[in-house]
Design a protein around this ligand. Structure first.
Ligand SMILES: Cc1cc2nc3c(=O)[nH]c(=O)nc-3n(C[C@H](O)[C@H](O)[C@H](O)COP(=O)(O)OP(=O)(O)OC[C@H]3O[C@@H](n4cnc5c(N)ncnc54)[C@H](O)[C@@H]3O)c2cc1C
Length: 448
């Protein structure tokens, strides 16, 4: 029988890699994880966590002015960007330490450096050869900036977390959730914010009512949101970035952030040495158990391009550990994966959109409400919350829940459990609401 240095060698100590490594070690496997940049990966360092901290920071902008309606007098509020970033960095460093401790405590060996695959059972780490029975590729993804004249002046979300100062004017290009969230962050912190998206409407794949409601709310707040707009070139004039749009118009700004997608970070990883099949965009081609076409090589998370979300990468990591070292072959479930967009206001969604349900030939009843949140009866802010249920007429099952409004992410999480249990509209209706909350609207919507 072949002898290897490790039972499992994980490349990448991000969301998926850390969970798979820890759990495999807890099942008795000898595990090492290689990390070339930062423990905790994208989510902890340049993703979910710092993003959410900046979202919290950005909401204070509105909160200070809304407070006046409740009788508060607040002197001219002023943002100290340097302090915000320093405090955020301190928390990220603390989390890096937590990840190190968690791996150490579970007996996983952390190897710092860039790993490359040599063959189905061998990796090199900064020149040193290491063998393993299984190799788990958990290398994540990397932002993509398309090439065009001046594209080198654009930044991505990676750099946005470390800017030396808050830009006075920022252009955000892209209509995915990252672009939308950064538009809310920069606008809320006080930057003049222009968001450009080349399509007809942003947040492709979300329910149309979410897309239109959020666009209206962002415009009302003063974000200069432009659809069917794109940059053709960027020129640097002194410190100013001059963006020429495809329609010939020009916008000047301090920063231009491209949030136009992410690619699996599989280049230069040596996957071709082992004969691992990749998609055209470099995603590792895996089966339902996250196994590649090479028996000993598995891949999870963003580099497989299934759903680029932290809890999904973690679920895939748990499944691989159970499959390989706990004698429980496990396929992660992708049904009713809830997601939130931490835009201003938030969006939350689970299940089928109305368009998807109709496309799948369901006969649907749509329940929808738009209302002014109680809080804004005193602030005077013109904000609407949208909530929507997509219901199968035949079985009465709730197929999808969608919301734009404060705390949408928090509210939708519980509804995802209900959908996974196959809840019907009648069961939603029979559930007593919590009053006065926004969430109660989901159990009190009566008219189609
Ligand atoms: C701005 C932003 C906001 C986001 N917000 C959310 C959110 O709110 N909710 C959510 O669910 N998801 C969010 N995501 C997505 C989430 O961060 C990713 O889906 C998740 O981190 C993927 O985990 P992973 O394990 O696949 O990869 P990662 O967490 O990216 O980890 C991969 C690790 O592998 C390392 N690595 C790569 N190549 C090598 C190599 N050759 N050798 C050694 N190490 C290597 C990298 O340095 C990295 O640490 C966000 C992403 C971004 C960019």
């Amino acid at each position: 029988m072949a002898q290897y240095d490790y039972d499992l060698f994980t490349i990448g100590a991000g969301s998926g890699g850390v969970r798979a490594s820890r759990l495999s070690a807890s099942f008795g496997a000898k595990v090492a994880v290689a990390e070339e940049r930062y423990l905790g990966g994208t989510c902890v360092n340049v993703g979910c966590i710092p993003k959410k901290l900046l979202v919290y920071a950005s909401h204070y902008g509105e909160d200070f002015s809304d407070a006046a309606g409740f009788g508060w007098k607040v002197k001219e509020p002023r943002l100290d960007w340097t302090k915000l970033i320093a405090n955020k960095d301190k928390e990220i460093t603390r989390l890096n330490g937590v990840y190190r401790k968690v791996l150490d405590d579970s007996g996983v060996e952390i190897l710092e450096g860039h790993a490359e695959i040599l063959d189905p059972h061998t990796v090199t780490l900064d020149g040193k050869k290491i063998t393993a029975k299984y190799i788990l590729v958990a290398v994540g993804s990397w932002p993509l900036v398309p090439e065009f004249p001046g594209s080198e002046y654009a930044i991505t979300s990676n750099e946005a977390f470390y800017l030396p100062s808050l830009p006075k004017t920022v252009i955000i290009v892209g209509g995915g959730y990252i672009g939308v969230e950064f538009a809310g962050i920069f606008h809320g912190l006080g930057a003049r914010t222009i968001q450009l998206y080349r399509g007809e409407s942003f947040l492709r794949g979300f329910d149309d009512d979410i897309r239109t409601t959020l666009a209206a709310e962002m415009l009302k707040r003063g974000i200069d949101l432009r659809f069917e707009a794109d940059i053709s070139r960027i020129d640097k004039v002194g410190e100013i970035l001059r963006a020429t749009l495809t329609d010939g118009s020009v916008i000047e700004s301090d920063q231009i952030l491209y949030a136009t997608g992410r690619l699996p970070k599989t280049r230069g990883l040596g996957l071709e040495n082992a004969g691992v099949k990749l998609s055209e965009l470099g995603a590792v081609d895996v089966d339902e158990y996250s196994q590649s076409n090479v028996e000993s090589i598995y891949a999870i998370g963003d580099c497989t391009d299934r759903m680029m979300l932290t809890p999904v990468a973690i679920a895939e990591g748990i499944a691989v550990a159970n499959t390989l070292f706990n004698n429980k072959p496990t396929r992660p479930g992708y049904l009713n994966v809830p997601t939130a967009v931490f835009s201003t206001p938030n969006c939350g969604t689970v299940g089928l959109t109305e368009a998807e349900a109709r496309q799948r030939k369901f006969k649907v009843d749509i329940y929808r409400t738009f209302y002014k949140p109680l809080r804004h009866t005193l602030t005077g802010r013109d904000e609407r919350t949208m909530m929507k249920l997509v219901v199968d007429q035949t079985t009465d099952r709730v197929l999808g829940c969608h919301m734009v409004g404060p705390d949408a992410g928090e509210i939708i999480q519980g509804l995802a459990i209900a959908l996974n249990c196959g809840a019907t509209k009648a069961q939603f209706d029979a559930t007593i609401g919590i009053h006065p909350t926004a969430a109660e609207e989901f159990v009190t919507m009566r008219s189609k």
